[in-house]
Design a protein around this ligand. Structure first.
Ligand code: ATP
Ligand code: MG
Length: 314
């Protein structure tokens, strides 16, 4: 869906993005993560041509972005940013309807779309449609920003630290909603963050950048298991990596078949993460858990030793 092929961006003599190649498949959530100034935002803005790349090629659906008309890029790509970029003197409804209005949709269709998006993002129409951005909480404003990015039903969403300004709880809530939305709407998303926990929670495809270059990319678990170098490893959390990995693996990956022993009293669903399993064990002082399927039928067991000591691919 999105291909960057040996893409470089110079600002004068400075190289902001240095020969990066990257592919994002349709329906995939790709996260760019890295230290401040490493070129994440520049990369994102080259995809929607807010910034022109200097060298290399960028393709959308196999077609060079230079060949797209501005209007079709705007229609196909939603863009959400940390500061939300909402217009302060426009109501929530008007802000959300911005791109459809630029695309000259009829008023009734814009109205219907705004209502649909507000419902989708849990913004009560009565309460919020006529409010102004300064009357919203940070989380509400970011929802409006995301709704606006979705307004013209783009197949690609570009998100630059869209949840950056939020407290951890609201942030986790929105991350979950985003994953859920993505599953439902099948958007292709490129998401920028410098928060590794957020990156690991969201990414299908994780790209670690440093000083304009890609240090490593792949599935989050691949990076956690085999960081390419000390930089990637430290960014991934160094020694604490095991726990992050545990948060991503489902219980079913490490459980053993049911043995002849009595079933352990505490139960956990096979889709739960190993981190959840660990907290249940610690909370209940249980050394073993019975793993159950969606119908609550026992399918295996998980021991503390196996959880902490044995790798899933052993
Ligand atoms: N318009 C510009 N003109 C000159 N230099 C720029 C411009 N935009 C970005 N840069 C430089 O390019 C480099 C990459 O910037 P970019 O904004 O992509 O970083 P980033 O990874 O998004 O950082 P952050 O996490 O702080 O947002 C930086 O060194 C920055 O100073
Ligand atoms: Mg940035």
């Amino acid at each position: 869906m999105i291909d960057l092929i040996h893409v470089t961006k110079h600002f004068g003599d400075a190289v902001a993005v240095d020969d990066i190649s990257l592919s994002v498949a349709r329906g995939e959530l790709c996260v760019l993560v890295g230290t401040s100034g490493c070129g994440k935002s520049t990369t994102l803005r080259m995809i929607n041509r807010l910034i022109e790349h200097s060298e290399g090629e960028i393709h959308i659906d196999g077609q060079q972005i230079r060949e797209f008309r501005e209007e079709s890029l705007r229609r196909r790509m939603g863009y959400a940013i940390q500061s939300t970029g909402l217009f302060p003197h426009w109501t929530v409804a008007r802000n959300i309807g911005l791109v459809p209005r630029l695309l000259k949709w009829p008023a009734a269709r814009i109205q219907a779309r705004v209502e649909e998006l507000m419902a989708l993002l849990g913004l009560d129409l009565e309460e919020f449609a006529d409010k102004y951005p300064h009357q919203l909480s940070g989380g509400q404003a970011q929802r409006v920003g995301v709704a606006r990015a979705l307004a013209a039903d783009p197949d690609i969403l570009l998100m630059d630290e869209p949840f950056g300004a939020l407290d951890p709880l609201t942030r986790e809530g929105l991350q979950e909603e985003l994953r859920e939305l993505q599953g439902r709407l099948e958007k292709t998303i490129v998401f920028v963050t410098h928060d590794m926990d957020e990156a690991l929670r969201l990414a299908d495809h994780l790209v670690v950048m440093h000083q304009g270059r890609i240090k490593q990319q792949g599935r989050p678990l691949e990076l956690l298991r085999e960081p390419a170098d000390a930089f990637v490893e430290s960014l991934l959390g160094g020694e604490g990596r095991g726990l992050k990995e545990a948060a991503l693996l489902p219980v079913s990956q490490r459980m053993l078949p049911l043995g002849p022993r009595l079933l352990a009293r505490e139960r956990i669903g096979q889709q739960a993460s190993l981190r959840e399993a660990l907290s249940l064990m610690l909370w209940r002082h249980a050394e073993r858990l019975t793993v159950v399927d969606d119908d609550d039928l026992p399918v295996g067991e998980l021991s503390l030793r196996r959880l902490v000591g044995v790798r899933s691919d052993d």
